[in-house]
Each structure stands twice: as C-alpha cells, then as structure tokens.
Design a protein around this ligand. Structure first.
Ligand SMILES: Cc1cc2nc3c(=O)[nH]c(=O)nc-3n(C[C@H](O)[C@H](O)[C@H](O)COP(=O)(O)OP(=O)(O)OC[C@H]3O[C@@H](n4cnc5c(N)ncnc54)[C@H](O)[C@@H]3O)c2cc1C
Length: 446
C-alpha cells in the first residue's frame, strides 16, 4: 500500500551536479516523486562530461579520494563501480630541479621534501591544522566548531598573511589555485581544513568515468534537462519554481518541497525576488574561473615517476597525466590570477602552445603530435568561499528556515571537493524529509 505521507508528493531538485544528483536519489529512495531540473542538456555539472576522440572523459572533478565515503556510497547504489588508482603525484620546479611528492613515498622521505617547501615554524603550524583534520571527521568539511574558532581569530586577514612568503609560494599557491582557483590572498584560514584534507587523502578515478552512473540515475529519477529555473515562487504557503524549458517562456510549477542544488551565485539569482536577504548573502560567495584542456599525443609525455607538474609563472597552473595509465594524455589546467579574465578561444590556444612548450622543455620530450584535443572554459570553476564562513552558514540557515519546503545544497556549504558537495546534497535531502514528516499532505499541484 502507498504511504499516505509520501504518495502524490512531488519534490524538485534544481541542478544536476553531484549535490543535486545525491539529493534527488535520497529523496526518491524515501518514496517521493522527484524531478531533477537541469539547465544544460547533459547532467553532471562540474564533473564535466565530455569526449576526447571516441573516449568519454571528464574535464571537471574526476579524482575521488579514498576518504570520499558518501560519494562512494552514492556510486555503489548503481552497482560496484570500477576504480583505477590515481594516487597523489605532484612535482614542482625548485631551483631548476624537479621536486616530486608522491603518495607512495615513505613518511621520512616526504618530510625531508616538505622541509624544502617552507620554514619549520610554518610546517609546525600546518602540522597542527593537519592534526585537527585527521582527529575529527567534521574538520574535513566547512562549518566545524574548531575551524569556526580559527576563523574568529584569523579571518580578518587572508591566508597568505599568516605564513611566510616561502610556504605561501611553494605550497599554498599551488593548492589554492588548484582547489579554489584562488590565490592565497583570496582565501581564509577558516576554510583551510577542506584544502588540507585534500592533500591528506589519496585518489582513484572511475575507470569508465561518471557517465554510466548518470545514465543509471536518469532511469530512476525523473529528469528535465535544458530547463532553467529562473525564479523561486513562494505564495500562500506554497513553494514553486518559474522554469523556462528549451529557452521558452517561464511557466510556474508547484511542489511540496524544493532543494536548490545550484552554485551560490546561481541560487542567489533564483531567490532574488522572493528572498532578497538570502540572495545578498549568497552573492558574497567567491568563485573563480578555470580552463581545462585535454590533449592526447601520439606518444607518452610523462613517465611513471613524474606524472604532474605545478607551474607558477603563467596561466597554466598544472599539467599532468589524465590517468595513471594515460601517460600520453595531458590535462592542462589554467587557473589563478595569471589565467584571468577567462580567455577567448584564440587566447586559450596561445596558452596551450606556451604550456606545451614549457612542459616538453622541462621533461625533455620533442616533436610531439597532437591527436585529439578537448577544451572547456569554466567561468565559475571553483568555489573560494567567504571569510568567517561559519557565521555565513548560520545566517544562510536562518534565512532558509524561514521558508518552509526549501533547502539548499552545493559546494559553498560544506566545501568544494566532490565529497563535501555530495554530503551537502544528503544533508539537504534529510532536512527536507524531516520537514515533510510534519507538513500536511496536499493533493494536486498546479
Ligand atoms: C576543473 C575542475 C576540476 C576539479 N577537480 C576535482 C577533483 O578532482 N576532485 C574533487 O573532489 N573535486 C574537484 N573539483 C570540484 C568539484 O568538481 C565541484 O566542486 C563539484 O562538482 C560541485 O558540484 P555541485 O553539485 O555543487 O555543483 P555543479 O556540479 O556545478 O552542479 C550545479 C548544477 O546546477 C545547474 N544549474 C545552475 N543554475 C541553474 C538554474 N538556474 N536552473 C537549472 N540548473 C541550474 C548547473 O548547470 C549545474 O549542472 C573540480 C572542479 C573543477 C571545475
């Protein structure tokens, strides 16, 4: 028999990135009819589903940490996925020599290499923050009590002001540029736990990419693609969305609950007319651009020892292999201050030529031929949060709590890593389910 609490109750999840996909599945599994609404014609958001020649690839987030338990559980809902090891392997050029850090190196070896990155005083501070992250799981995500206290004491100045220029240049810049698209003077200590956690994990990637998972999800959740949500509607205690499908006129749709799982700037636009205070808060969240280019060459570029190189004197911030067994496919990332504003196609082509030249000189490889290339420009690739993030979260939660049937998910709540965004989706779904338990059952939707 149908459960009268869930029967006929229709929910909407806006945004089909990892946050929205997890929220939608969670709500569907609780017995509700769910619509997953996505403005693009493909699902996946910043997974960046694409093709390199015939091969399905991802131009966005693809490296999955061994500690990504919620994300791995989500993936396992569709059958045990096949993973291939990616590890952590990163090199940088110091005094003209390539210095490599690899997850397979022993602790002593790593420490001696780390010592070259910054003074002992800074490494001790870092070790303390690392201890916090290791000790308690909540410290790996934004909004933990320990990092709220750290923010209270430190977020009046950016991260770069709390450490020596050497470690900022050698360690934090590559980390922030990679994980937030930001420079160390554009991020804050109160959100640093999520970044540290990233370098304390080791990584795998999905052998067949995310596409098979997305296809399986679309079989169990109702999906509307090419459907842009223009506006949240709240009237007579009801909640709804103004949606434009395939660029057509905006039509109103009402639901029993809505999760907005879009990035902060997009959610700010959606709620602007109905919840202006929430919109203003969300508009404060910083996002930075990036361009990602995958080039398949006619032969290996990297070797098994050096699989990625951090570059800091131009728009290309990182060049590395696409997968541990794809030494001939280079993924170039253009991010950070040198890579702004977002390039035109012609400018990006120049950047690729320069980066390729730089890389091949460093690695001593000559006369490479490009076989296939795929380019993706992300105007708002990475979230770089706000200072005093804990305070921001409390304000956001208070505004959302005043609108029954509404919940939020996305990278700006728990952190930019896929695991954090996935958890924000589960949390939003759980909160909505809690609300629905006590909400009266309505019949009929207009
Ligand atoms: C280049 C790159 C590399 C990365 N690498 C990694 C990595 O290796 N590991 C890792 O853990 N993380 C990585 N990340 C971070 C991670 O991919 C993202 O933070 C995460 O995917 C964000 O998921 P999300 O669901 O919050 O947002 P998104 O994936 O952006 O999903 C939001 C969705 O909402 C849709 N949307 C927005 N507005 C509307 C609207 N008005 N109506 C309808 N739909 C709307 C968007 O089109 C989008 O599909 C990377 C990110 C980038 C850009």
């Amino acid at each position: 028999m149908e459960d009268p609490k869930t029967a006929d109750r229709r929910l909407a999840v806006v945004g089909a990135g990892i946050a929205g996909m997890t929220a939608a599945l969670h709500l569907q599994q609780a017995g509700y009819e769910v619509e997953l609404i996505e403005q693009m014609d493909v699902l996946g958001g910043r997974f960046g589903v694409d093709r390199l020649g015939d091969r399905p690839v991802m131009t966005g987030g693809k490296n999955l940490g061994r500690k990504y338990s919620a994300l791995r559980e989500f993936l396992a809902e569709f059958g045990e996925p096949e993973y291939e090891e990616f590890g952590i392997n990163t090199s940088r050029v110091l005094d003209g020599k390539i210095l490599t850090l690899d997850s397979k190196q022993g602790a002593l070896d790593k420490i001696s290499r780390l010592r070259r990155l910054g003074p002992v005083r800074d490494l001790l501070k870092l070790a303390y923050l690392g201890f916090l992250v290791r000790r308690k799981e909540e410290n790996r995500f934004l909004g933990s009590a320990a990092f709220i206290r750290i923010a209270d004491r430190n977020d009046d100045r950016p991260l770069s002001a709390h450490f020596s220029p050497r470690i900022v240049r050698n360690m934090f810049r590559p980390m922030n540029v990679r994980m937030n698209g930001a420079e160390p003077d554009e991020v804050y200590l109160g959100t640093f736990g999520t970044n540290l956690n990233m370098i304390m994990d080791t990584y795998d990637q999905l052998t067949h990419g995310i596409s098979p998972i997305i296809d399986a999800l679309a079989k169990v959740v109702r999906v509307r693609t090419s459907a842009k949500v223009e506006q949240l509607l709240t009237s007579d205690g009801r909640i709804g969305l103004g949606i434009s499908e395939h660029g057509g006129p905006v039509t109103d749709h009402y639901y029993d609950g809505v999760v907005l799982a879009s990035p902060a700037y997009a959610t700010a636009e959606i709620v602007k007319s109905e919840l202006p205070a929430l919109s203003d808060l969300l508009a404060e969240v910083k996002y930075f651009p990036a361009a990602v280019v995958l080039v398949e060459y006619d032969r290996p570029v990297f070797g098994s020892e050096v699989r990625a190189i951090v570059l800091d004197d131009g728009p290309c911030s990182n060049a590395g292999v696409y997968g541990i067994n794809d030494l001939n496919i280079v993924r170039y990332t253009f991010s950070g201050r040198h890579a702004r504003p977002t390039p035109t196609d012609d400018v990006l082509d120049e950047w690729i030529d320069d980066a390729e030249h730089h890389l091949t000189c460093l690695l001593g490889v000559e006369n490479l031929r490009r076989v296939h290339t795929v380019k993706r420009i992300w105007d708002a690739a990475y979230c770089a949060y706000v200072p005093f993030h804990g305070k921001f979260l409390s304000q956001v939660h208070a505004e959302v709590a005043a609108t029954p049937g509404l919940e939020l998910a996305g990278d700006y709540l728990r952190g930019a890593p896929l695991e954090a965004s996935c958890r924000s989706g589960i949390e939003a779904a759980d909160k909505l389910l809690e609300q629905l338990k006590s909400a009266p059952v309505r019949t009929g939707h207009r």
